[in-house]
Design a protein around this ligand. Structure first.
Ligand SMILES: Cc1cc2nc3c(=O)[nH]c(=O)nc-3n(C[C@H](O)[C@H](O)[C@H](O)COP(=O)(O)OP(=O)(O)OC[C@H]3O[C@@H](n4cnc5c(N)ncnc54)[C@H](O)[C@@H]3O)c2cc1C
Ligand code: FES
Ligand code: FES
Length: 478
């Protein structure tokens, strides 16, 4: 059993005991390692100033093979276990600026400069991805997409987009050539195969290599927090609303990285990130993949797990209504063995789920809708990118015939209108009996009592819910 977290920092093997492992990475880099290029602004994953690049080579997913941008302000050092990390401080090569840095300088992409390291790292992440696909150019859509997780108060963004478009990919070498060696590969494989317990009197981080060890730890310490990727937990921690003092990391358990389709059923393991899920969905359920385009930022999608989005049970989470509409099943392991919970029975009350003490989620699975199904997911938020939904809606309909006048099967689910992600069973039943949209809208409204909060008023939520519902039928019924 290792008693230290092991990772590579700018190509150098680094070990962290409990004092360092319990820190957020951005703080660790700045205060313990003197690597002050990485900035901390929001400490909530919103502005991208803290962006670093992380490679997690032995995770059995495709995205583990590239250096990917992540937010270091909401990443615990403990989570780096088994990773290789590159920070902005190491980007220059023998006194030569990286091509992304050169582009930012030449296009005047920096004014006060506080956001600049984050933009440079986000751009470098895009370059890494493009090099891995042997792309020759950067187009404007890709440039804008890769920057959705970065905020700048000074430049108005246009010079930064110009910088992105001016990057000459032929002058870029993959960071792996400089920061990832065969020796590192072997050393990190060893780390990935060995459980770790990193603890002192105030902090405990257990990272087992098997589910059995994980369950035994949960049974022994009921106050343990299960750590997905921390994009929810760390924000709460940084706001000082919770302390992360006893954590169970699942990142060394290979089976949890599985994402696959078996006889029409999609299986998504608990360690699958939104980025990997979206990639997979493009060929299997493209409507769901497009919906994830407006989920968070590239940095958050590279970190956050799909299962974490369900387990956190936020009433405005984006994937729960989608999974409700897809009749997903949650796979759970606990002290009494395995069980499966239909997602419609998973959310019990505000942030309360059907998970029993000592249980954890191992996967979510759902049937791929049959070809003739109309499926749509909608998200309404104050800002298009990197914003949490005010209301979201998922609708799935199969019709009795091509005339689309009678419904054979329907599922309607929404977020932001009830204390839990909500499935509209009564409205569905009405529409199955008779296809009457006006009556259905009345039923829809009667099923929920939205609240007013800082994102939207109750009245606004009702209007959006109704409009999105009507929009679905306008879109799919000629
Ligand atoms: C800047 C920013 C933007 C965001 N944008 C969006 C957005 O657009 N839409 C959206 O829906 N969300 C958004 N989120 C929220 C968050 O990214 C997602 O909810 C994410 O999927 C959480 O996954 P995680 O792995 O980081 O979970 P964590 O933070 O690690 O965990 C969340 C909860 O799930 C529990 N948990 C995790 N894994 C398991 C498991 N296997 N078994 C049991 N319990 C488990 C944890 O104990 C914790 O209670 C955003 C967050 C940030 C910081
Ligand atoms: S400091 Fe703003 S995203 Fe990390
Ligand atoms: S240059 Fe000042 S915040 Fe971007």
């Amino acid at each position: 059993m290792r008693d230290r977290v092991v990772f590579y920092l700018n190509g150098v093997r680094t070990e962290a005991g409990p004092e360092d492992a319990s820190l957020m990475l951005a703080e660790y880099l700045r205060t313990r390692r003197g690597l002050t290029g990485t900035k901390i602004v929001c400490a909530e994953g919103d502005c991208g100033a803290c962006t670093v690049l992380r490679l997690f080579p032995h995770a059995p997913g495709t995205d583990g093979q590239n250096f990917l941008p992540v937010n270091s302000c909401i990443t615990l050092v403990a989570q780096l276990d088994g990773s290789s990390l590159v920070t902005v401080d190491a980007l220059q090569d023998k006194g030569q600026l990286h091509e992304t840095q050169r582009a930012m300088v030449d296009c005047h992409g920096s004014q006060c400069g506080f956001c600049t390291p984050g933009f440079v790292m986000a751009l470098t992440g895009m370059v890494e991805e493009k090099l891995s696909r042997s792309d020759a150019t950067v187009d404007i859509k890709e440039a804008k997409n890769c920057l959705t997780g970065n905020l700048c108060r000074c430049t108005g963004y246009l010079p930064i987009i110009d910088a992105a478009l001016s990057i000459d990919l032929s002058k870029c070498r993959p960071l792996k050539e400089r920061f990832y060696s065969n020796a590192q590969e072997t050393a990190l494989a060893e780390v990935f195969g060995q459980s770790a317990l990193v603890e002192d009197k105030t902090f405990s981080f257990f990272a087992p290599t098997t589910l059995e060890e994980a369950l035994a730890y949960l049974a022994r310490y009921p106050d343990t927090r299960i750590l997905g990727s921390g994009t929810d937990l760390s924000v709460v921690h940084n706001k000082r609303k919770a302390t992360l003092s006893r954590l169970l990391g699942l990142h060394l358990i290979p089976s949890l990285y599985q994402i696959r389709e078996d006889s029409g059923l999609v299986h998504v393991g608990a360690r699958v990130t939104h980025a990997e899920f979206r990639h997979f969905l493009k060929t299997h359920v493209p409507e769901f993949a497009s919906y994830l385009d407006v989920f968070a930022s590239p940095q958050i999608k590279n970190m956050g797990t799909v299962v974490g989005n369900i387990a956190t049970a936020s009433p405005i989470g984006d994937t729960p209504p989608a999974f409700l509409a897809l009749d997903a099943i949650i796979g759970v392991r606990g002290p009494t063995g395995e069980r499966e919970i239909p997602i419609s029975k998973f959310f019990l009350a505000y942030r309360k789920t059907a998970l029993a003490p000592g249980e954890l989620i191992t996967y979510v699975k759902f049937p791929i809708p049959e070809k003739a199904t109309d499926l749509r997911f909608y998200k309404s938020s104050n800002r298009k990118d990197l914003d949490i939904s005010a209301v979201n809606l998922a609708v799935r309909v199969t019709w009795k015939n091509e005339a689309r006048l009678e419904i054979r099967d329907i599922a309607v689910a929404a977020g932001g209108v009830a204390p839990v992600p909500y499935r509209f069973f009564r409205t569905e039943e009405l529409l199955r009996q008779r296809y009457d949209i006006e009556a259905a809208v009345k039923e829809l409204q009667s099923e929920v009592t939205p609240i007013s909060d800082l994102r939207a008023s109750a009245g606004y939520r009702r209007v959006i819910l109704e409009n999105l519902f009507r929009k679905f039928f306008r879109e799919v019924v000629p």
